[in-house]
Design a protein around this ligand. Structure first.
Ligand SMILES: [Cu+2]
Length: 134
């Protein structure tokens, strides 16, 4: 009675399994318009009244980063990038400058996307931020 129906269901499932799991290879992934790794970026960062003016900076993985650091204080500041807020592993440590003065720090962003930590070494608790690598 219902045998042909069962057969057609069985055939449909077989076809699904055949073409769903072992079918055509996936098409090539569509190219994404993200910035090429290594594309240089320039970031402006100021220190004033013992604070950074921006506590979230970003750069593509592996890019050449220029931080134009404007120390507006009559005090010593720098920009230093670390793996984490523990600040045990430095990625880049910029020269400490007495303000008012401007310096350009050039370094290569980490190859691994993620959130890194930056700070001013003379003020490691009040001048901190997140460096996002995409
Ligand atoms: Cu400082």
């Amino acid at each position: 009675m219902s045998l042909p129906y069962r057969w057609s269901v069985a055939i449909a499932i077989s076809l699904l399994l055949l073409f769903g799991c072992a079918g055509e290879p996936a098409p090539d992934p569509v190219p994404t318009p993200t910035p090429q790794p290594g594309e240089p970026v320039t970031i402006e960062l100021s220190a004033q009244n013992g604070r950074f003016d921006n506590e979230t900076l970003a750069a593509p993985a592996g890019s050449e980063v220029t931080v134009v650091f404007n120390n507006l204080d009559s005090d010593s500041h720098n920009f230093a990038l670390y793996e984490s807020s523990a600040a045990t592993t430095a990625i880049f440590v910029g020269e400490i400058i007495m303000g008012p003065d401007v310096i350009e720090y050039v370094f290569t962003a980490p190859e691994s996307p993620g959130e890194y930590f930056f700070r001013c070494d003379p003020h490691p608790f009040t001048m901190t931020g997140t460096f996002v690598v995409s």
